[in-house]
Design a protein around this ligand. Structure first.
Ligand code: TXA
Ligand code: MG
Length: 320
């Protein structure tokens, strides 16, 4: 566990440059970082996570100039980068001729997923490394994304070289992923930047999902239905809580049966979707740790960050 100071960052950067695996905080979730130009290091990510290797990874950069060395930005992509970077947005763009990102990190695609994280500590680390850093969420595949350093260690303690302890992340959902290929702007994954905010900057609607013609496209993020899965069974849009179930609440309403719940968490007492997003993974994990057989989740509004929250919850509830 490295401290979030100059000494810790410099040690972390050294480990990354040597091909090590270092988990670090971003404003969304903790990422499991490896030098994106080093295929052995990137292979270490898949191994540590036990992640299916067909999933391409997001490469992290300290600023727009560094991102422009890895990807080709058309006018729309450039507009989104200017509006939302640094921040919880990932842009999938054609790979630049001079890009050093290795094939394993892009799963062999000629596009790259790039992101300039909002957390200054993360950008300081990326500046020190001086190379793109591939970083999926720092959890084992199929487990809940970590929003604290101790979550990372709970999943990966024997498998990584270090984690930088930067406290709790504040967005709590992964970045929104926008594909900017073939002149079309598509929402691949809802996340920390709401769809409406992106559409406002673009001046038009986003299309949904991967291009239909694109048979070779990688599985869109989260198409592995059990990606965000707690061990407990998950019941969505619950109107009541059954005896012994864990209850995940939103707002001040107390559903019938709450008295006999096995454990209770509230995403946001005041009904704030931003607060709910920040609490989502920690609360799912908390309920799961209480070993309840099932988690009853009350309906969550669908607007703003609610879209991403509901998307994550549907995945958590998918049969497996
Ligand atoms: O908030 C986040 O984005 C976190 C933090 C650590 O930055 N990172 C993260 O990375 O969620 P990851 O690897 O779990 O998500 C990467 C997703 C994959 O599901 C993949 O399908 C999609 O990005 N992706 C990556 N490259 C792509 C590409 N070239 N085309 C389409 N999708 C791509
Ligand atoms: Mg993940």
């Amino acid at each position: 566990m490295l401290t979030a100071d100059a000494g810790g960052l410099s040690r972390a950067a050294d480990l990354l440059r040597l091909g090590g695996l270092v988990a670090f905080p971003t404003e969304t979730v903790y990422g499991l970082g490896a030098d994106a130009t080093n295929p052995r290091a990137v292979a270490g990510i898949y191994a540590a996570k036990e992640r299916p290797s067909f999933n391409p990874l997001i490469s992290h950069l300290p600023d727009i100039a560094a991102a422009e060395r890895e990807g080709v930005f058309g006018p729309d992509a450039a507009r989104l980068a200017a509006a939302f970077w640094p921040g919880p947005l990932t842009l999938v763009v054609p790979r630049a001729e001079m890009s050093r990102i290795c094939d394993l990190a892009t799963a062999g695609l000629d596009s790259v997923a790039l992101r300039v994280p909002g957390l200054p500590l993360a950008r300081d680390l990326l500046t020190l490394v001086g190379r793109p850093v591939a970083a999926p969420s720092a959890n084992r595949s199929g487990r809940i994304s970590p929003t604290r350093a101790d979550h990372v260690l709970a999943d990966l303690i024997d498998r990584i070289d270090a984690v930088i302890d930067g406290g709790g992340t504040n967005v709590g959902l992964e970045s929104t992923i926008i594909s900017c290929l073939d002149g079309e702007m598509r929402l691949l994954r809802p996340g920390g930047v709401p769809r409406e905010a992106i559409e406002e900057v673009l001046g038009r609607k986003l299309l949904d999902g991967a291009a239909p013609t694109d048979e070779e496209a990688p599985l869109a993020p989260g198409m592995l239905e059990s990606h965000y899965a707690p061990r407990a069974m998950v019941r969505l849009d619950a109107e009541e809580v059954r005896p012994g179930e864990g209850a995940l609440l939103f707002g001040r309403k107390r559903p019938p049966g709450i008295e006999t719940a096995g454990a209770i968490r509230n995403l946001s007492e005041s009904g704030d979707l931003v607060e709910a997003a920040a609490n989502l993974f920690a609360h799912l994990r908390g309920l799961d740790d209480a070993r309840v057989p099932a988690i009853a989740i009350v309906p969550i509004p669908a607007h703003g960050l609610g879209e991403a929250i509901n998307d994550r919850l549907r995945r958590a509830a998918a049969p497996r």
